[in-house]
Design a protein around this ligand. Structure first.
Ligand code: ATP
Ligand code: MG
Length: 559
């Protein structure tokens, strides 16, 4: 039997080699360690797929661990949203949900141990002074005047730090390494700072909090993580990760760095995403224009499609920019196969079929998805008054316009051939508000017995049977591939036209039962997903992605 092809990358190669060499008793144990200071985004999805995916492939385990060491920016709301998003993406941490804050006591004991070993000291320099003493890439740092405090004095001070005897910012605990190291991270990095601030889990138990570099390696070690996979910016922190674990002589996972995901026309940093939410540039974390997992979910992206995308982009050691079109490609590919196709008119133009009997209604058969005959067919009502797309008619058609125009015949999908015989205009504005057409009864179902050719097939809905709906069309949130690249401020490149709301669209009656989260293809218009705003009101559809066929190009060339 041929093994299904597995993704191969440098991380999986390292792990395969480690297993072969019986490193970590051939165990594979990864973790996904979000800081609960915002919602997860598509970049995190890459990390989730990587960590959980590797655990699955190598029959290992993956923990979900909240890296909750900063009480000021972290909130329960974020913890809950992160759990929901990881689950929705299709991954399961089983009984392995952890919090770095659960290890505060152990971290404190390890810190005291480092003090006793003469490897850590309490420093009274202010944050500004520490920065000043640290030096630069080209200039070595200077020793802190507090560097040579005795072990006894350090232990006593550290205990009093914990008891809350000193104000915020007055002292820190620092590792005693090397102020002239070529790696600035090794110049006596801060391990603890004083923060009299309530923590969402430990309440007021602590007023000193560990820094990321110290907390992370200890948490990995306590959990028995074998491969601690993180993004490239931590490469220079790896010597420090190793230093703490070596000094303490505890279980030592290996840190491996990979390039983070960057997507064109998108920002992927929680700091920036928070600004978009708080300053009202979007309607919330789950705004369908946001690259957050919750935004993509609301937009209609399916978890499997996101996983396929993450697998396809793979992992590399060098930063790069992924074209957002690639993500959209995977979204389309997935929806093409499973979204039922229906007809919806976004900008309705009334058409009266003057030779069609009043009060007659026919039920015409329509195919739910030509890609999957198993999805069956449905009945679509047809009557004397229908709506077609305003854009599908031109009174004075340009050369390449093949759709409806005065005197011209087109096909109505699943219905009949119709010919435009009259136009009704608004007296004041001159705008076309209604068309009069005739239909050919011999073309029922959309086929002509004499094989008469028509150049266009239009979608439509029967006016008396249609349901009114709101449709929200989205464009990229930013107008530039790398927002802020030129101006230095990503917000200057916000797209003022990223959301267009169409309030009086007409959709097929079968959509009366559509529930939030249901996905459809609106023929010729794209893929759409029912928004949670729809509950108890008129249905609201978010456009997930356009169809992106030649149709879209023709449309463009006509403008
Ligand atoms: P942000 O830059 O958005 O603030 P972060 O790194 O501060 O992200 P964390 O909550 O610390 O966010 O991230 C959890 C995990 O997700 C980390 O292992 C981090 O490396 C990874 N991660 C974050 N952003 C990306 C990205 N764009 N691509 C891949 N992995 C990412
Ligand atoms: Mg981080």
């Amino acid at each position: 039997m041929v093994e299904p092809s597995k993704p191969v990358d440098f991380i999986r190669e390292i792990i395969t080699e480690d297993i072969k060499n019986n490193k970590y008793e051939s165990r594979v144990h990864t973790r996904f360690p979000p800081e609960p200071n915002g919602y997860l985004h598509i970049g995190h999805a890459k990390s989730i797929c990587l960590n959980f995916g590797i655990a699955n492939e190598f029959k290992g385990l993956c923990n979900l661990r909240f890296d909750d060491t900063n009480p000021i920016k972290e909130e329960i709301e974020y913890v809950e949203s992160i759990k929901e998003d990881v689950r929705w993406l299709g991954f399961d941490w089983e009984d392995r949900l952890f919090y770095a804050s659960d290890y505060f006591e152990q971290m404190y004991r390890y810190a005291a141990q480092l003090i006793k070993m003469g490897k850590a000291y309490v420093c009274d320099l202010s944050a500004d002074e520490i920065r000043e003493y640290r030096g630069t890439l080209y200039k070595p740092g200077k020793d802190s005047p507090y560097r040579n405090r005795s072990v006894e004095e350090n232990l006593d001070l550290f205990e009093r730090l914990r008891k809350g005897e000193f104000p915020d910012g007055s002292r820190t605990l620092r590792a005693k390494i090397d102020m002239s190291s070529g790696n600035i991270n090794m110049r006596d990095p801060v391990m603890y700072r004083i923060l009299h601030s309530e923590h969402h889990r430990t309440g007021n138990k602590w007023c000193i909090y560990p820094m990321y570099d110290y907390a992370h390696c200890i948490s990995d070690s306590i959990e028995g993580i074998t491969h601690s996979i993180c993004t490239l910016e931590f490469e220079d922190h790896r010597p420090l990760y190793d230093w703490f674990l070596d000094q303490l002589n505890v279980f030592h996972p290996q840190q491996i760095e990979f390039a983070r995901l960057n997507l064109s026309y998108t920002v992927l940093s929680k700091r920036r995403l928070i600004q978009l939410v708080q300053e009202g540039h979007v309607r919330g974390w789950d705004d369908p224009r946001m690259p957050t997992i919750s935004g993509l979910r609301r937009r209609g992206y399916a978890p499997g499609a996101i996983r396929n995308f993450c697998e396809r982009i793979g992992v590399a050691k060098r930063d790069s920019l992924v074209d957002i079109e690639l993500l959209e490609y995977y979204i389309r590919e997935d929806l093409n196969k499973r979204a039922p196709r229906v007809m919806a008119v976004l900008r309705p133009l009334k058409v009266v079929i003057i030779n069609y009997p009043e009060n007659q209604v026919e039920e015409l058969e329509a195919i739910n998805n030509p890609e999957d005959p198993g999805m069956g067919t449905r009945k679509v009502p047809f009557s004397r008054v229908i709506y077609i797309e305003h854009d599908d008619f031109r009174e004075d058609p340009p050369k390449q316009f093949f759709r409806l125009a005065p005197g011209r015949e087109v096909r109505l999908r699943y219905a009949y051939y119709i010919t435009c015989v009259g136009i009704v205009k608004d007296e004041k504005t001159g705008e076309v508000v209604e068309l009069h057409c005739t239909y050919d009864p011999k073309t029922r179902g959309g086929d002509s017995p004499d094989r008469r050719k028509v150049k266009a097939t239009l979608h439509w809905v029967s006016a008396p049977h249609s349901i009114e709906a709101e449709v929200r069309l989205y464009a990229h949130l930013f107008t530039k591939p790398i927002p802020g690249e030129e101006s230095g401020d990503f917000k200057t490149d916000l797209n003022p036209k990223s959301l267009e709301i169409l309030k009086s669209c007409c959709v097929e009656p079968c959509l009366a039962d559509a529930k939030p989260g249901d996905r459809y293809q609106f023929e010729r218009q794209g893929y759409f997903c029912v928004d949670p705003d729809s509950i108890d009101k008129k249905p609201v559809f978010n456009r997930t992605v356009t169809l992106k066929d030649t149709w879209a190009k023709i449309e463009k060339s006509l403008k």
